[in-house]
Design a protein around this ligand. Structure first.
Ligand code: ADP
Ligand code: MG
Length: 567
């Protein structure tokens, strides 16, 4: 990935204003029709798209009253030539495409020539613009679709679009718009996404005169810090780059302990375009399960580079959604990529925590977060190469390698290994272990009603149960788990979890079985047993988190220790 652009960002911007033309009817017919301007945030989206398409390196967005009072977007792009300004305000007039074929090779964000006329129809729009080197620029005012003043003025190259009293002529539309605060919040999320999508552009957002966001245009790392804040930025984990269903996938994600209550902090870029995709977003969050607490969402920037012909931007009037051929495969790749990153991310003690040493409180130097991201990844080789030192409190295995000391939760490590074993066996269709003597269980009506329909799925998980008349069932096999398995406990789990209505009940059932079967905290392990457990853990796909989503490994890095002891 380039230093200052994400994969798939649109190619470099135009130097001069391209000429605007009215699209021929056969192109107009092909363009997704519908409402372009639904709320203030849609106006901001269209104006910022225009500024970026015009090659702006600096974009200022000023919002008043949630965008209903006024929206002003100022850019330093190519500007519009005075003789073309009326054309820019006509329906289906654009400088960005000429023919139908251009729709499949879009390099610009806009292409339909619909934004300015649609905005002008529902607001008081004023456009002031000048091209580089032109002696004079021009300003036009349009009031609810009726052209008014046109004046010439000296001004720097670029464009200022001012939209006042949006929907002043359409009270019905106004009803669907939320409070000024809610609209401002949406706009602020949108501009943050744009700032992430174009780290090479300086963005400034002012909400009712207050600076809400400022980016430096100095590249990816800076933009991420400016948008997410230094602490979050320092804790982001790199996603990819890796191929996924014909696309190239990259980005940054937070580990599961850094969450927000909404999905607004997830930015999805498809070829540099900020879009929404239910399929991709749900696959992405699925990758976090079961690590995410209910109702919480990660923060992330996901950049997809998809071959241009595979992306259809022309599906939604607000360009907020795109159609990607192969989206399912990309979604699967995304889910896997997230699992992989999170499953191997080892926890470290938070930098700002205070530890007591020798009776004196030593504050850790701050600024670890500012010093940039640090990633600690549990690869199989690394785990196998670690030296086991011993066990503490009968519950933690102490291990070391050249990078520091690791504390490993023995119960969770074993649980992870058993869980993956059960999942693998399930996938291979050999989950069960035949019992020499079938176990006879009695169910109440409630349990029967819920368990009955799930018998085939339960069999695939290793629980082969047969109806034995009345309320009786015979359990013929249970999941094949290591010797420690406590049969009664496992069956009890079955009765509790197997009758659960939640969609992830299979995962939860296997998790509980693994939890019951895993070695307990408080059990003494010899060095050889600890070694064996570590090797088991090394063979898993997600050695750093247990199936419930809690951390397994804590890393006390040498750097951390040096700071603590002032070495
Ligand atoms: P589209 O972006 O789909 O072409 P718009 O209605 O948004 O349609 O804009 C119409 C035309 O006006 C654009 O094609 C572009 O040539 C010109 N234009 C609009 N905004 C700007 C801007 N900020 N800077 C330069 N040109 C602009
Ligand atoms: Mg546009």
């Amino acid at each position: 990935m380039a230093v200052d652009r994400w994969a798939g960002a649109p190619p470099s911007a135009p130097e001069r204003a391209a000429s605007i033309q009215v699209l021929p009817p056969e192109v107009v017919e092909r363009i997704a029709a519908g409402e372009v301007v639904e709320r203030p945030v849609s106006v901001v989206r269209e104006l910022v798209d225009n500024a970026l398409d015009a090659g702006a390196s600096e974009i200022k967005i000023e919002i008043r009253g949630g965008g209903l009072r006024s929206i002003r977007v100022t850019d330093d792009g190519t500007g519009i030539a005075p003789e073309q300004i009326e054309l820019a305000l006509r329906h289906h007039a654009t400088s960005k495409i000429r023919g139908v074929n251009d729709l499949f090779q879009l390099a610009s964000l806009g292409f339909r020539g619909e934004a300015l006329p649609s905005i002008a129809a529902v607001s008081e729009l004023s456009l002031a613009t000048a091209t580089a080197g032109a002696p004079l620029g021009v300003q036009v005012d349009v009031r609810y679709g009726v052209a008014g003043n046109r004046s010439y003025l000296a001004r720097p190259a670029g464009t200022v679009a001012t939209v006042r009293n949006l929907f002043g002529n359409t009270p019905a539309r106004l009803k669907f718009v939320g409070s000024a605060r809610a609209e401002s919040a949406q706009i602020s999320h949108l501009v943050r996404r744009y700032a992430l999508s174009r780290p090479d552009v300086r963005f400034r957002l002012l909400l009712d005169g207050h600076l809400s966001l400022q980016t430096s245009g100095r590249g990816r790392d800076q933009a991420v810090g400016e948008v997410f804040g230094a602490t979050v930025a320092g804790a982001l984990l790199p996603l990819g780059p890796r191929p996924a269903g014909g696309a190239e996938l990259g980005g940054l994600v937070t580990a599961s302990h850094l969450t927000r209550s909404s999905r607004y902090h997830i930015t999805l870029l498809v070829n540099g375009r900020c879009v929404h995709s239910r399929t991709l977003l749900s696959a992405f969050e699925d990758g976090y399960r079961p690590l995410l607490p209910r109702g919480r969402h990660p923060m992330a920037l996901i950049a997809l580079d998809v071959p241009r012909p595979a992306v259809d931007v022309n599906v939604h009037p607000s360009k907020a959604e795109v159609k990607i051929s192969g989206e399912r495969e990309i979604a699967d790749g995304l889910r896997l990529a997230v699992r992989e990153v999170l499953g191997r991310a080892i926890g470290q003690p938070p930098a700002e925590r205070v530890f007591a040493l020798g009776g004196r409180q030593l504050e850790l130097p701050r600024g670890i977060a500012e010093s940039g991201p640090e990633w600690d990844v549990a690869t199989p080789d690394r785990l196998r190469a670690m030296r086991v030192i011993g066990q503490v409190h009968g519950s933690l295995i102490v291990v070391e390698d050249a990078s520091g000391v690791f504390l490993i939760d023995q119960h969770r490590a074993h649980e992870r290994a058993i869980y993956e074993l059960l999942t693998r066996r399930h996938a291979e269709g050999r989950a069960g272990q035949l019992l020499l003597e079938p176990l006879h269980i009695e169910l109440d009506r409630h349990q029967m009603a819920r368990l009955g329909p799930r018998l085939p799925e339960l069999a695939a998980l290793g629980f082969v149960c047969e109806w034995f008349g009345g309320h009786s069932y015979l359990v013929r096999s249970v999941p094949a788990i290591p010797e420690t398995a406590d049969l009664a406990a496992v069956v009890e789990e079955l009765l509790e979890m197997g009758s659960d209505d939640e969609s992830d009940w299979q995962h939860r059932l296997l998790t509980s079985v693994a939890c019951r079967a895993a070695t307990k905290r408080g059990r003494a392990l010899t060095i050889a047993q600890a070694r064996e457990l570590l090797d088991l853990l090394a063979g898993t796909e997600s050695p750093a988190v247990c199936p419930h989503g809690s951390p397994i490994i804590l890393h006390l890095t040498d750097r951390f220790l040096e700071r603590q002891f002032h070495w």
